[in-house]
Write a protein that binds this ligand. Structure first.
Ligand code: ADP
Length: 158
């Protein structure tokens, strides 16, 4: 069945930075599962089911045929196991991301034997979901920062 990688995140919203990580990982893994993690006690900024559809559109537009999207709640390692993988994918923008990610990765290895594969953000490392929302909430265009389907979703809820 080949090598599967599980790319977990809040993706609230999914940005071009996230898409770049998906593209890189789709080249390295036979299959990539994007896991939109949500918390029942914490409302997401954008409806998670609508975000899932927008991400599906974005990956179809890029012809990423080995990528799928799932929603999950609870521990990332549990969902990753359910998706038949023991490799998590994360993106690194800078040293702060690295330090944050390393703690989580270490715990995931300890509790579940799950390893983490990091991909570099490179030139899109300045982008974050919160920056996109800050611009959007202040009526600035966000088209250059998110995939077309995500921009359409955002403008549709405005
Ligand atoms: P979380 O809430 O789990 O940190 P995010 O949706 O913010 O979820 O990010 C998911 C993953 O994508 C994280 O590994 C994060 O470092 C990475 N990421 C976020 N923005 C970018 C970007 N611009 N370029 C590359 N990776 C990114």
């Amino acid at each position: 069945m080949g090598m599967v990688g599980f790319y977990a995140g809040s993706f609230d919203p999914f940005t071009n930075g996230h898409l770049a990580i998906v593209k890189k990982s789709a080249k390295c893994f036979d299959k990539v599962v994007i896991g939109i993690g949500y918390n029942a006690d914490k409302q997401e900024r954008i409806d998670k089911n609508e975000m899932k559809s927008a991400i599906e559109k974005a990956i179809a537009e890029e012809n990423l045929n080995n990528v799928e999207v799932v929603l999950y709640t609870g521990l990332t390692v549990d969902k990753a196991k359910e998706c038949n993988t023991d490799i998590l994918i994360r993106g690194l923008r800078n040293g702060t991301d690295y330090e944050y990610e390393e703690n989580i990765s270490e715990v995931n290895e300890k509790i579940a034997g799950m390893d983490t594969c990091y991909f570099r953000a490179g030139t899109l490392g300045y982008l974050s979901s919160s920056i996109v929302m800050e611009l959007f909430n202040n009526n600035k265009p966000i088209d250059e920062f998110v995939p077309k389907a995500v921009a359409e979703l955002l403008y549709s809820i405005k």
